[in-house]
Write a protein that binds this ligand. Structure first.
Ligand code: COA
Ligand code: MG
Length: 269
């Protein structure tokens, strides 16, 4: 499953749910948590299921962000969506513990969000749970939980690196956080590029205008593909001649470059 862009769509908005069918997000996250006021949760669950059933979603991944497990609403969310086969994935906000029970109970894949102090400390227990396919984080909730400042935490490279490290350790996707400034598409692109350099494979997005940028940045570029083909060819030739390290365009190429090149080509296919 490719997750270059994961679009949040408020479960209360029939208009946006219908619109999301036409959009090119790799994955859609219908939100029952913070995009839905408490008094609308019941209605949102019902109308979401009705629309998910009615519309043709093709092959894209459909997820639902449920309420956090500390709230009774989450259990209502989970039991409602567990019955709908088109929804294959649960996004779990404010995750703080092993989630294997949720996978066992529902059979749905899981994407935990790290957004509390405890979630950050227990990140390994969370990400290695059965059924987890990706991990992301929320800078606003995290800074609130840590008693810090949002503008400072949204740029915190320690948090970003920790999340990718744990994701790579347990072989799940690291997906970068949402970017709230809808007008600033240059800032959005820059954040995508920085996330990619850290090892993230995609970004959670909140508006249609962010989708193409995210898809573009998190796809291998023409230059990356050309480089990868060259490295694979040169490395395999060297290997046949009994060499594990070769000189290519005046740079050392060995097994690690070969593996990086392979990953770029595999992404394409
Ligand atoms: N999913 C699907 N369609 C969306 C969308 C989304 N997340 N955000 C906007 N659209 C649609 C609008 O309905 C509109 O459609 P139209 O051209 O057919 O009328 C079009 O895209 C342009 O939208 P725009 O008018 O620029 O946006 P807005 O000002 O109405 O809404 C937000 C801005 C932020 C309220 C809206 O983008 C949104 O609700 N995003 C998701 C929020 C969310 O889920 N948050 C929880 C996770 S942080
Ligand atoms: Mg949050």
């Amino acid at each position: 499953m490719i997750r270059r862009s994961q679009l949040y769509v408020p479960a209360t908005s029939e208009k946006m749910i219908r619109k999301s069918v036409e959009l090119k997000a790799d994955s859609i996250i219908f939100d029952l948590e913070d995009a839905v006021p408490p008094e609308d949760k019941e209605r949102a669950r019902e109308s979401l299921i009705k629309l998910v059933k009615e519309l043709d979603w093709g092959k894209r991944e459909l997820c639902v962000r449920v309420n956090s497990l500390q709230l009774l609403d989450s259990y209502k969310d989970i039991s409602t969506i567990a019955r709908e086969d088109k929804i294959t994935c649960i996004v779990l906000p404010k995750a703080e513990n092993d989630l294997s029970f949720l996978y066992k109970a529902t059979g749905k894949s899981l994407i935990p969000l790290i957004e509390t102090a405890k979630g950050l400390v227990k990140i390994e227990d969370i990400v290695r749970s059965e059924g987890v396919v990706a991990v992301s984080y929320g800078a606003a909730d995290l800074s609130l939980s840590l008693g810090g400042d949002y503008n400072f935490y949204e740029k915190n490279v320690y948090v970003k690196t920790l999340i990718v490290s744990v994701a790579r350790t347990y072989d799940v996707d690291a997906i970068d956080k949402v970017y709230f400034d809808l007008k600033n598409l240059d800032g959005f692109r820059k954040e995508c590029e920085e996330a990619k350099k850290l090892g993230y494979v995609g970004k959670q997005v909140i508006h249609p205008s962010q989708i193409d940028i995210s898809n573009e940045v998190f796809s291998p570029s023409k230059e990356e593909i050309e480089w990868a083909k060259k490295v694979i060819e040169a490395y395999e030739k060297g290997k046949r001649e009994g060499r594990g390290a070769i000189r290519l365009d005046d740079k050392l190429v060995d097994y690690v470059h070969y593996k990086i090149a392979k990953r770029i080509i595999e992404f394409q296919s």
